[in-house]
Write a new protein. Sequence first.
Length: 109
Amino acid sequence: MSTATVELVKAIQTLGKTGQYKIGFNQSRKLVMLGKAKAAVIAANAPPHVKRDLKYYAKLSNIPVIEFPGTNFELGALIGKPFGVSSMVVIDPGQSNILDLAREVSGNE
């Protein structure tokens, strides 16, 4: 696992414990379209339409997107869910540094 991946895993775990987020494609798409999300996270094995739509609307709303290198089940486990999470959006990062990581990944310094 690369250093960036380890840092992302820690940020998502911290977000799950201290921040506010919404999970699921419909919720994520809606909040991104309304510009109410601060960042979006998409699992590597998310369906193509999920990746395409979220990235498209995030670009329009100037919201950074992080592509999580693990599966949807790994993403769900990081936030304490016993099911797969293909996409999630950050409402409030809490004590995590996920927004800094999102800006680095998207190049919006």
